[in-house]
Each structure stands twice: as structure tokens, then as C-alpha cells.
Design a protein around this ligand. Structure first.
Ligand code: ADP
Length: 258
């Protein structure tokens, strides 16, 4: 067997080393770019509710003799903007926990039925406002899965709130649970206007909104679906979406049976 030239060996080693380092530099550059973009997005999103609240409060200060009714209206609007700011900061904290890996998914054996009943109670007022009916379709008895109670509640809540907000007025929002061999599939289905095909692949991106003005008025932070995606992934599952214009939208993911 012919021995390889030591110079040739060295050259090979050096090439591998350089390639690795180049890869690392690329990764660092990507991370830096991501951070920059994230910061720009966040600043932009924070500005909107801050400017709005500022405007209302300053108008109130500048017009101390205005009617009580008008003053109350302005205060209500300022309060709404501040509530939006609060949700945004909450969601940003969740995103940052997810990205730094600080989020701990603690899988326990849980029963989905009472969890969903609780979520339906939480969104009752929102559903009533749009005259939306809520329905759970599930196999009889307990639905035992391995999941992090709090995080999975957040996933289902985000999907149900979206279905109520963006679904049809006087429409129907259903949670449909199907039993498979090793898992349950959980679907949140609405019969609303749907999501146009060209937007469908982007809705899980942070701050991505299909109808910008409508989504902002509805009090969303634009982070809901990106949080959903990350939590579902942390449960070794994947979130999928199907949507048909004027028919409705269906989000679906799986949870391992307990
Ligand atoms: P937002 O805070 O804007 O609701 P999300 O990340 O929860 O942010 O959703 C992103 C966008 O996806 C929404 O702004 C909306 O345009 C669209 N979307 C989400 N769920 C639905 C649905 N069930 N039907 C139609 N559009 C939806």
C-alpha cells in the first residue's frame, strides 16, 4: 500500500478545517441577521400601540374641558392599546423563552377533555360576540395524551381564538379529535373565509398577517401561530393547515397517547 504524501494529508486536513470554520461563520452571520430583523420587527410592533396610547393620553391632557363622554372614549381607546401592548410583551417573552431553549416542556399524562372544556369557557365571551358556536367532537371517555398541560392549552387556545376571530360570523368552530394507533389527532376547524393559497405557507412566520388592518384591529399580536408551531414541534409533532376559500380552515397536530 502506497503511503499518502504528508503534504497532501496536511492540505486535506487544512481544507476540512477551513470548510468547518466557513460554515461556523455563515451560521453566526445568519444568527446576527435574524437578531437584527427580529429587533426591527419588534420595535415596529411595539411602536404601534405605544403611539396610539400616547396620542389618546396627550389629546386628553390638551383638552381638559372636553365632555366626560368623549374623555371616557379616549381613555377606553388608550386602555385597549395598552392591553394590546401587554399581550405583545407576553407573547414576546414566550418566543424568547422558546428561542433560548429556556422553555421547559414537561410532558405529563393529561386528559384532553376537561382541558378543552376549560378553553371553551375561556373563549365564551369572544364567541358570543361573533355569535359563533363551539363544538367538541371526540371519542367517548378519557382522551389521555402525553403533553405539557399549560403549553398545549396555549396551542389549542390560540387556534380556537383565531378560528373565532377570522372565521365566519355566526359560524361554527369545532375541535375534532380522532384516535389513531399511537396518538390522537387534534383539529381546530372553522367554516370561515379561509386563507388564500399564496399566504398559507407564511402564516407561521412571526408577525405575518394575511389581512393586516383586520388582524391588528382584532387584537392579535401576530405571534400566535409561530408560538403554536414551536410548542407543537417541542412535542415531537408538526402543525399542518388546510384551507379553502369561502369554505374554512383546518389546523391539525398529533399528540402521543399516554
Ligand atoms: P394574529 O395575532 O394576527 O392573529 P397569528 O400568528 O395568530 O397572528 O395568525 C397569523 C395570521 O393568520 C392572522 O393575522 C390571520 O390573517 C391568519 N389566520 C390565522 N388563523 C386563521 C383562520 N382560522 N382563518 C383565517 N385566517 C387565519
Amino acid at each position: 500500500v502506497e503511503k499518502e504524501n504528508p503534504i497532501e494529508l496536511l492540505r486535506k486536513e487544512l481544507n476540512t478545517y477551513v470548510a468547518t470554520k466557513e460554515g461556523e461563520v455563515q451560521d453566526l452571520k445568519k444568527a446576527a441577521k435574524y437578531r437584527q430583523e427580529f429587533l426591527a420587527d419588534v420595535s415596529h410592533e411595539l411602536k404601534t400601540p405605544i403611539f396610539a396610547a400616547q396620542g389618546f393620553v396627550h389629546t386628553l391632557l390638551d383638552n381638559p374641558d372636553e365632555d366626560l363622554e368623549i374623555r371616557t372614549k379616549f381613555l377606553e381607546k388608550a386602555a385597549k392599546s395598552l392591553d394590546g401592548l401587554d399581550s405583545l410583551v407576553q407573547d414576546l417573552l414566550t418566543v424568547s423563552q422558546i428561542e433560548t431553549g429556556a422553555i421547559k416542556i414537561e410532558k405529563k399524562k393529561i386528559n384532553l377533555r376537561p382541558l378543552i372544556e376549560e378553553i371553551f369557557e375561556q373563549v365564551e365571551a369572544k364567541a358570543k360576540k361573533r355569535e359563533v358556536s363551539l363544538k367538541l367532537i371526540a371519542p367517548k371517555g378519557e382522551i389521555q395524551v402525553k403533553a405539557d398541560t399549560q403549553r398545549i392549552s396555549q396551542v389549542i387556545l390560540n387556534l380556537v381564538v383565531n378560528a373565532i376571530k377570522y372565521g365566519k360570523e355566526k359560524g361554527l368552530v369545532q375541535i375534532i379529535i380522532n384516535e389513531k394507533k399511537k396518538a390522537y389527532t387534534i383539529s381546530v376547524v372553522d367554516n370561515g373565509p379561509g386563507i388564500p393559497e399564496e399566504h398559507l405557507h407564511r402564516i407561521f412566520e412571526r408577525f405575518y398577517r394575511v389581512d393586516k388592518s383586520r388582524a391588528k384591529n382584532s387584537g392579535g399580536t401576530g405571534l400566535g401561530l409561530s408560538i403554536v408551531k414551536h410548542i407543537v414541534q417541542a412535542h415531537n409533532s408538526k402543525i399542518s393547515v388546510q384551507s379553502e376559500e369561502n369554505k374554512g380552515t383546518r389546523f391539525e397536530f398529533k399528540l402521543e397517547k399516554a
